[in-house]
Design a protein around this ligand. Structure first.
Ligand code: 4AD
Ligand code: MG
Length: 483
């Protein structure tokens, strides 16, 4: 067989009866004649037309949804609706069969009909072969590429920070342990506690929750760096927004204050969303239509005001609203929603952490656009955030998105050694063990800032999906680590 051409390219090619080869997976086979083949390069299939001269009866029987085929033939103008070109097949090869008779064991579960997202989650190893998941994962790819392009074009250095670590960057203690000790016979020290000196690394280690602290070290040499890697959190929150393993983008910039930090985060979000809109037009249009179809089944009052495409366009056309935590609390406290006790957690006092219902109220009901909240109370934020002169708040910023809630968390960092050490003592953090982090404040400290963008939450927003399990290939969540 001659060299294969990808379907994406063929669909843009003028048909001049040139000989082409297509290899891919059968989506449908109609009338013993029309094969719809998809090879993942685009959401669109190419139609290949076979007849009895090319494929004998036994071969015809093997052309079933899910089977893998290679066809060679002439590229001709298509008579059928919906496609410009098709392949008039002169030879066909079946690479792999897929049993389509569902009464038989091990039959192919993806028959050409609509499947629920819940069902597809159970067969996540096959769901890439559907239109919806094909679109989602091509968009995910583009977003990842756009992130790297954005930072590369600005001269940032990409850092690979460790995945195994002995420190808890967020101080939240929601970490997975990494050990080679036999958990049934772990050695004990004199105090009767597990003796991690005998463990692989000679100390207790975990999977990282963030690359930020190491990112800060590098920023003190390269000026502007970013990480983009997997992070792990053992928080037992079984929600549609949380994963135990997720990917995070964490830029860290010397000489940036909180405003510079917010400007960069906003520019990054605008850039990557625009990139996906431009490079994944067909995929996003498909996802847009998918949501419109879904909405038709909902009562009028529950339908969203904007389609996915309108929402994305609105997001890149508008500046995000910037408000302080203190202003947000008074908006929430005074809201009719609060007065009529419609929040599960009522907002009464300054100092409470915001629940996602509050974040979504601010974004979806009050401001009706993405919001950046700044200057949170220090007691609900991490130790490394720069303290304001009021003694109560820190230079934090969270970006809240419609339908998502928090998508970015970041801050200006506390660069003043004494204040940082005092805060770490107050929060009972191991100051001696973190000498390396404090060294950046001892040697050539400077004002700096950074943030973390949750990659799956970004993919959720751009694809319009509503469950985070549908935008990562193999989700890890409480009680679930299949595949
Ligand atoms: O707000 P977080 O915890 O911030 C940090 O980890 C900082 N060290 C970032 C920094 O300043 N360099 O997490 C950042 C983002 C959140 O806004 C959210 O989008 C995402 O990471 N995130 C999660 N995404 C999926 N599942 C989870 N369990 C997540 N936890 C946080
Ligand atoms: Mg956060």
């Amino acid at each position: 067989m001659q060299k294969r051409t990808k379907i994406k390219e063929l669909l843009l090619t003028e048909p001049t009866e040139q000989l082409v080869t297509v290899k891919g997976w059968v989506r449908t086979f109609r009338n013993n004649q029309f094969i719809a083949i998809n090879d993942g390069s685009t959401i669109n299939n190419i139609q290949a037309v076979v007849n009895a001269e090319v494929a004998d009866e036994a071969t015809m029987k093997r052309i079933t949804p899910g089977s893998c085929v290679g066809v060679t033939g002439k590229l001709i103008a298509s008579q059928g609706k919906g496609q410009k070109v098709e392949v008039a097949v002169t030879s066909i090869e079946i690479y792999g069969d897929a049993e389509s008779d569902i009464s038989k064991p091990n039959s192919y579960p993806l028959q050409p009909k609509a499947h629920s997202l819940e069902f597809l989650r159970e067969i996540a190893h096959l769901r890439f072969r559907t239109n919806t998941f094909g679109a989602i994962f091509r968009v995910r790819h583009s977003l990842a590429y756009a992130v790297h392009k954005f930072f590369n074009d600005k001269g940032f250095v990409y850092m690979h920070t460790p995945i195994i670590t002995a420190s808890d960057a967020e101080g939240a203690g929601e970490m997975f342990k990494v050990t080679t000790l036999d958990i049934n016979k772990a050695p004990l020290n004199e105090a009767g506690e597990i003796d991690f000196k005998q463990d692989f690394f000679g100390k207790a280690t975990n999977l990282t929750v963030s690359g930020q602290l190491e990112g800060e070290l590098a920023a003190m040499a390269f000026g502007e760096v970013y990480t983009f890697g997997p992070t792990f959190r053992a928080e037992n929150s079984n929600t549609t927004r949380h994963l135990a393993e997720f990917w995070m983008i964490e830029p860290e910039m010397a000489f940036f204050d909180l405003n510079d930090n917010m400007d960069l985060a906003e520019e990054l979000l605008h850039y990557v969303i625009r990139y996906a809109l431009e490079h994944n037009k067909e995929d996003i249009e498909f996802l847009n239509q998918r949501l419109l179809d879904e909405e038709k089944n909902k009562p009028q009052t529950e339908r969203s005001e904007m389609s996915l495409l309108e929402k994305l366009q609105f997001c890149i056309d508008n500046k995000f609203e910037r408000v302080t935590y203190t202003e947000a609390i008074s908006i929430l406290r005074e809201s009719n929603h609060n007065k009529k006790k419609k929040f599960q957690y009522l907002v009464n006092e300054w100092g409470v952490d915001l629940q996602s219902e509050h974040e979504r109220y601010l974004v979806e009901k009050h401001f009706k656009k993405p919001v950046i909240l700044t200057d949170y109370p220090k007691d609900i934020k991490a130790f490394y955030m720069r303290q304001n002169d009021d003694g109560k708040t820190v230079r934090a910023m969270d970006i809240l998105f419609p339908g998502i809630g928090e998508i970015v968390g970041g801050s200006q960092r506390e660069e003043r050694l004494e204040l940082l050490e005092t805060r770490m003592k107050e929060m009972h953090l191991p100051i001696e063990e973190m000498y390396w982090y404090l060294d950046t404040r001892r040697f050539g400290a400077c004002p700096h800032a950074g943030f973390g963008l949750g990659f799956e939450r970004l993919v959720l927003f751009v694809t319009g999906m509503t469950n985070i399990r549908d935008v990562i290939a193999f989700p890890r969540t409480p009680k679930s680590a299949e595949f």
